[in-house]
Unconditional design. Structure first.
Length: 256
């Protein structure tokens, strides 16, 4: 083979090999990246506006999330797991809930609001965390065929809920032998009646059982009142709530 033929062969290879290499790389990238996806997160009921949401939520409140997952052409993606994730200022990411998309690519799930920061023994317990700011978004982690995606963020402030306790009686002054009707009510930070998880009630330091009339409303009857100091103390408890203790002293006529 003469020198001109050898030069021609090498020249031809130099044109073919780069093209083959480029095509193989492009095919690898296409497999690696997969098809682009898009996920949306609807505004939640508690949102104050349509821009950043700026929702104010109390602990214990149920938050409903919904949205949609599609491919790059807008086709719904079914049977895909999505997560509702919160970004804390720390910074830290916390998954609040997960859901599977239906045949229409839609998903729905809920979260019971709570503070996400961990309180450690090294912190001053007198400085309790009262509220927390979160950026919440929906996320799809991707798979062998689909790229991951994240939705728009919703700004949310979670505040510790409170149980405000009130206790009253049917009269302000009693005589010995009277019956006393006690009214007890529990109201949360939304000014709605609420039932605590547990109630510790005592009458003159003796445990008593309150009778529930309706949600957050209870009564207790004292029969044949004696002429001595009488006091009822109510201590409610619900996990994650601040709770106030209430007490009432019954005044008996003629008692010094």
């Amino acid at each position: 083979m003469n020198s001109k033929a050898i030069v021609a062969i090498f020249a031809g290879l130099s044109l073919v090999l780069p093209i083959m290499s480029f095509d193989a790389f492009a095919g690898h990238e296409q497999f690696k990246r997969g098809m682009a996806t898009s996920i949306s997160l609807d505004q939640i009921e508690q949102c104050a506006n349509t821009m950043q949401c700026n929702a104010k939520i109390f602990t214990g409140e149920t938050v409903q999330f919904s949205g949609m997952l599609t491919d790059s052409d807008g086709n719904p993606l079914a049977d895909k797991e999505v997560s509702i994730t919160a970004l804390l200022p720390a910074p830290a990411l916390v998954v609040l809930a997960t859901a599977m998309t239906d045949d229409e690519g839609m998903f729905a799930t809920e979260w019971t609001a709570q503070l996400l920061k961990e309180i450690t023994a090294f912190q001053d317990v007198t400085k309790q965390v009262r509220s927390e700011s979160l950026e919440i978004f929906a996320a799809f982690a991707g798979d062998e065929e689909m790229e991951p995606s994240k939705s728009n963020k919703l700004s949310v402030t979670v505040t510790v809920n409170s149980i405000n306790t009130s206790v009253n009686s049917d009269k302000t002054l009693y005589s010995e032998g009277d019956s006393v009707l006690i009214f007890v009510a529990f109201i949360d930070s939304n000014d709605e009646f609420i039932d605590p998880d547990s109630i510790r009630a005592t009458w003159n330091n003796e445990p008593i059982e309150l009778e529930q009339k309706k949600t957050g409303s209870y009564t207790f009857t004292i029969e044949n009142l004696t002429k001595r100091h009488q006091q009822i103390i109510i201590v409610p408890h619900t996990e994650g709530f601040n709770a106030s203790t209430a007490f009432l002293t019954i005044i008996v006529d003629g008692l010094r």
